[in-house]
Write a protein that binds this ligand. Sequence first.
Ligand code: BEZ
Ligand code: FE
Length: 259
Amino acid sequence: MTEIIDEERLGAIWTAVVDSLKEVVRKHKITEQELHAAGDFLNRLGQAGMCRSLIDVALALTSVDALDIAAGGTRANLEGPYHAAHPVRSEGKLFEHDPAPETPLLTLSGTVREAATGAPAPGARLDFWQADEGGHYDRAGNHLRGVILADDTGRYKVTTVIPSDYSEHDHDPIGELFRAMGRTNTRAAHIHLKVSTGSTLRLTTQLFLPTSMFLDRDYVEGAVSPDLTLHLAEQEAFPGGGPRYTAEFDIFLGSEPAA
Ligand code: BEZ
Ligand code: FE
């Protein structure tokens, strides 16, 4: 802790957190018994190794927005737990194996630009990863994972499947908390994306699918926003094939985040 935060800053933050929580206790007239139940829950959360995940779910997007990460450009979003090193997909498809014929497909394209000047970013590296049509990430292989390189004019194009919503933490204290509140612990369908120019990582974000049932109740607080939600145009399906969509999404690279 002391490696990343100095004594004075830590003290100021602790005081602010306690003051905010005192206000919550007053406002909701929280009993001592309820406070102890909260403590017991936090103990179990820690034993399950889930404290960091709950902090991400509740607060990490507020930090991303407050620090104006990727300032002036496309809104940044959380990396989440499923990123890995991905192969370059020179054919423009994220598939490792062909999806079933009825699977809804998406061709996503756009231009990568510098937000400050509007100039295209030729050769930008777009690293995508996502859940499949059943809401599962390939954790062992590279299905629906891959790097697409923008062309000389900054244009990129990738074909993939439409990901599904997925539910996380069904069997741990985080899921238990959301169920106790009558809420779902579901992520709205999204495609993760990291964009680099040269060797510099410029943006980490997520693009949301308007096909999702959970855009208004993603359990990651503040993750979904209209500017990160794709607009799909339905195309004619191949005979015997599933629906096919296209979407255009330009990416604007902001300035480096302040240290
Ligand atoms: C995800 O998109 O995979 C994710 C991001 C933040 C918290 C939980 C999941
Ligand atoms: Fe995800």
